[in-house]
Design a protein around this ligand. Structure first.
Ligand code: PBG
Length: 338
């Protein structure tokens, strides 16, 4: 029916009044159908080897590189707030070309995994990022060839070994983020071979080469010492087909859940993936998304809490079952209070 027909209706105009259901807070609450739940949030945390006090991350106000002790406290708070998971990033004291600390049984991440299992295991899913960039002195996500390229297949062997080390430490979910071809299959085979057939893989399947990771590189001390990650992470200028292909490959290799990263600038991709797969879909609200809001809020330019809730609602509405966010504990606390 055309608008003109409505206009002609005299007393019946407008034909519909969507505003009726927006009139009071009670009505809005009643009809809202996109709801965040604390259990759907995952808190990313950084743990740094060899520090006695937490180290603030300048570009991410409110985020720190934890000591093992402060990490346990943060984990207890997250559990208290009801968050669904915690994902660990380790910052070792010593880095080398092959990222040796990543699969060292006494490496910081393995120790922190065991700490978290002891502190909050059973109530919060304990997860670890599985990559090499936090552990290599050159800051790339894999081993380098003599010419400085990232060597895909040699890197897969390292990832396989890291997966088993994290599993031995008690991790509940591994989350490979390096964007090497075949990484999920290599990790699945290694875990199965080591007796960890039941340990799930949350694959960072769709990961763009993004400027939104800027602050993370301070937090994890992993800025590439030369070049960038565009040779392995996806080009933001490619549309959804490539993303769906990455997801299909990871599922075929044994991924149990898939992730899209970053979140807010990629909601179209997120929606397409969510419409395509029947496994849980996660989205990562990354460091730059966090930093932009905190910086604008610190200047009094935006309403911080409303922006946080609005962005998370948008990510959930676009199809994310699970959201990784540095605000997880705060938001979960707010949600639990109702
Ligand atoms: C790689 C990894 C990165 C992030 C998560 N895992 C950095 C990168 O790919 O360059 C970024 C997360 C964020 O920006 O919050 N180990």
């Amino acid at each position: 029916m055309s608008a003109a027909a409505g206009l002609g209706g005299g007393a019946g105009f407008p034909l519909a009044r969507p505003r009726r259901l927006r009139r009071t807070p009670a009505l809005r609450r009643l009809v809202a159908d996109v709801r965040l739940h604390p259990a759907d949030l995952i808190l990313p945390v950084f743990v740094k080897e060899g520090v006695t006090e937490p180290v603030p991350v300048t570009s991410m106000p409110g985020v720190v590189q934890h000591t093992r002790d402060s990490l346990r406290k943060a984990a207890a708070q997250a559990a208290e707030a009801g968050v669904g998971g915690i994902i660990l990033f380790g910052v070792p004291a010593v880095k080398d070309g092959r990222g040796s600390a990543a699969d060292d049984p006494d490496g910081i991440v393995q120790l922190a995994i065991a700490d978290l299992v002891a502190e909050v295991g059973g109530s919060v899913a304990i997860m670890a990022d599985l990559c090499l960039d936090e552990y290599t002195d050159h800051g790339h996500c894999g081993l380098l060839t003599e010419t400085g390229d990232v060597d895909n297949d040699a890197t897969l062997e390292r990832y396989a070994s890291i997966a088993v080390a994290q599993a031995n430490a008690g991790v509940e979910v591994v989350a490979p983020s390096g964007m090497m071809d075949g990484q999920v299959g290599a990790i699945r085979a290694a875990l199965d071979g080591a007796g960890y057939r039941d340990l799930p893989i949350l694959a960072y399947s769709v990961k763009y080469a993004s400027a939104f990771y800027g602050p993370f590189r301070e937090a994890a001390e992993c800025a590439p010492q030369f070049g960038d990650r565009a040779g392995y992470q996806q080009d933001p200028a490619r549309s959804v087909g490539e993303a769906l292909r990455e997801v299909a490959l990871d599922l075929a290799e044994g991924a149990d859940a898939v992730m899209i990263k970053p979140a807010l600038a990629y909601l179209d991709i997120l929606r397409a993936v969510a419409d395509t797969v029947d496994v849980p879909v996660a989205a990562y609200q990354v460091s730059g998304e966090y930093a932009m809001v905190e910086a604008a809020a610190a200047n009094g330019w935006v309403d911080r809490d409303r922006i946080i809730d609005e962005t998370l609602t948008a990510i959930h509405r676009a199809g994310a079952d699970i959201i990784l966010t540095y605000w997880a504990t705060e938001v979960a606390t707010r949600l639990s209070r109702g």
